[in-house]
Design a protein around this ligand. Structure first.
Ligand SMILES: *Cc1c(COP(=O)(O)O)cnc(C)c1O
Length: 366
């Protein structure tokens, strides 16, 4: 009997590293210290080294990472921040929490990443205080091109690396390009905890100090609040220890993801289905997203063959009901045209070669 191929399978993932996870959790239980201790500090050092930056600050989740980093940039009520509308409403959530206004930039129809020309238009036309650049689906944005456009203006850049742990350009990793970068360790991410977690990376020592205050009540030292806009958003010891156990395995998992994505791009030959082109180190295949005019037809065909899929993301940010009537008429033709066509195929390290073949053959049969 054929069994269903889920769009992700965290139980499979955890089963393969159960001993490492158990050791990490036991160490924390034994330590008697559960929030902001030795594990978090060690993970911050290890993850900073992995990303090739000088500072890493653990926070509660990726959305808080975006909010806290932007707060440290000086973003607040009335600030305008350029970002994309196809990345799942996370950055918009952070902006709304800050009282800032999202200024949406359209995306490139092939990469689905921020359209650099459109960013130029937005920078020229609006007074923008920061740019959030999302390495969507695990594909690094063209940071050279983005800096070329933004440099003269001096606008600070935050990389959203929630889907791009380990993506690199000429050996330089995601999270080391912007003035700061935020990461999520939500369980499904390329590097995921067993619960919520996040981090912010930067090479700016003063900014790092600011971030450390902001994640804990605005404290400069214990019980002395100095920085306004403080939060309680911390990476706990349990999650930090789990992430330390998993970090050494990340490169191998990313290679496996990339191999699966490369097979899809080479072997899916159905003319009605457009695949992303094969990529190198700049893509860590967090999500493998195809486009198709009859997306729902393809989705039903796969589901009937016991292959689960998902849509990342069905509703562009500017069309979310919660924003109705609140934004001055943003129109994003490419973003809007892509939303009903995108479909995410299963792509995670624990898929077997046989399952990958089954997905390919089922798409080609349609
Ligand atoms: C997951 C994700 C986030 C948010 O992370 P959480 O930890 O769930 O808050 C932000 N941006 C992108 C692109 C994501 O995929």
């Amino acid at each position: 009997m054929t069994s269903r191929i889920p769009v992700n399978d965290l139980a499979r993932h955890a089963a393969l590293i159960r001993d490492e996870l158990r050791r990490a959790v036991d160490r924390v239980i034994q330590s008697g210290w559960y929030v902001l201790g030795a594990e978090c500090e060690a993970f911050e050092g290890e993850f900073a080294r992995y990303c090739g930056v000088s500072h890493c600050v653990g926070v509660g989740n990726g959305t808080d990472g975006i909010e806290i980093a932007l707060r440290a940039f000086g973003i607040g009520r009335g600030s305008r921040v350029a970002t994309v509308a196809n990345a799942g409403f996370y950055t918009t959530t952070a902006l709304l929490a800050l009282g800032a206004e999202p200024i949406y930039v359209d995306v490139d129809p092939n990469s689905q990443l921020m359209d650099v020309e459109d960013l130029g238009r937005v920078i020229d036309g609006k007074s923008i205080s920061a740019i959030v650049v999302t390495h969507l689906f695990g594909l690094l944005c063209d940071m050279d091109a983005i800096f070329k456009i933004s440099k003269a203006s001096g606008i600070p850049i935050l990389e959203d690396c929630a889907q791009a742990h380990g993506a690199a350009h000429l050996g330089r990793k995601a999270g080391s390009f912007g003035h700061a970068a935020s990461f999520s360790f939500y369980p499904t991410k390329n590097l995921g905890a067993l619960g919520d977690g996040g981090a912010i990376t930067t090479n700016d020592r003063n900014l790092a100090a600011q971030l450390r205050s902001l994640r804990q009540y605005g404290w400069e030292s214990k019980y002395r609040a100095v920085v306004s806009g403080g939060r309680n958003s911390r990476l706990d010891e349990m999650q930090a220890a789990i992430l330390r156990a998993k970090l050494p395995l990340l490169e191998g998992w990313n290679r496996r993801r990339r191999t699966i994505a490369a097979r899809y791009s080479a072997e899916i030959v159905n003319p009605r289905v457009a695949c992303p082109r094969a990529r190198g180190e700049e893509y860590v295949a967090h999500l493998y997203v195809v486009t198709c005019k009859d997306r729902d037809g393809l989705r039903t065909h796969l589901s009937d063959a016991l292959i689960s899929t998902d849509v990342h993301y069905p509703i562009p940010d500017h069309q979310q009901p919660v924003l109705a009537g609140k934004l001055e008429g943003a129109t994003l033709p490419v973003t809007e045209a892509l939303a009903p066509r995108i479909l995410t195929l299963p792509c995670y390290p624990e898929l077997t070669d046989g399952e990958v073949t089954r997905v390919i053959e089922t798409v080609n049969d349609w």
